[in-house]
Design a protein around this ligand. Structure first.
Ligand code: CUA
Length: 179
């Protein structure tokens, strides 16, 4: 028999299912269901998945909120651009803006304290990749992403843009200090 001829038994799909075949279907289905519920379970009990809340915003609204926090809690400036280093109180809302081609401001957080980190982009799609913690989220213009973070290790963290955003994409880095 070859594939160009019709099957000798025309109702081939009406054969009773073979035991081996049935077993494999059952195994595959069970595994699919386990994987499906793992996705949900991992969000609740896993340690690496970030559940972000996302709201609509505008550059003006977001910048105003970020500026208010920067005005209130800047402790010093760093880098040639005089980027403010902002140390907001534990438990508060902290803001970071992604734009061509930097992250603003620099944040200084306390280890073991929980913050609500708000992120937006003022222009194009950027990425927020926190190294070496390996946290990775997209930062989309027009949206405010809110992540609840509790830094569990002190040190200097780099924020790297991992969405290609133009000629100076490779220079787009930011910083978060954890004390
Ligand atoms: Cu921003 Cu690449």
């Amino acid at each position: 028999m070859s594939a160009i001829l019709p099957p000798s038994e025309r109702l081939w799909y009406k054969h009773p299912i073979d035991r081996v075949e049935g077993t494999w279907i059952a195994i595959a289905l069970t595994w699919c269901l386990i994987m499906f519920f793992m996705m949900i379970g991992w969000h609740i009990w896993g340690k690496q998945n970030l559940s972000t809340e996302t709201y609509r915003t505008t550059p003006e609204k977001f910048t105003a909120k970020a500026q208010a926090v920067v005005d209130k809690f800047t402790v010093r400036t760093e880098t040639d651009q005089k980027t403010p280093v902002v140390a907001p109180p534990a438990g508060s809302d902290v803001y970071m803006i992604a734009r061509l081609w930097n992250f603003w401001p620099i944040l200084e957080l306390e280890k073991g304290k929980t913050y609500k980190l708000h992120l937006t982009s003022l222009d194009y799609n950027h990425g927020f990749s926190l190294q070496p913690a390996n946290i990775n989220i997209q930062v989309v213009p027009g949206f405010e992403h809110v992540v609840t973070v509790t830094p569990n290790q002190s040190g200097t963290y780099s924020v790297v843009c991992n969405e290609y955003c133009g000629i100076n994409h490779h220079t787009m880095v930011g910083r978060i200090y954890v004390k």
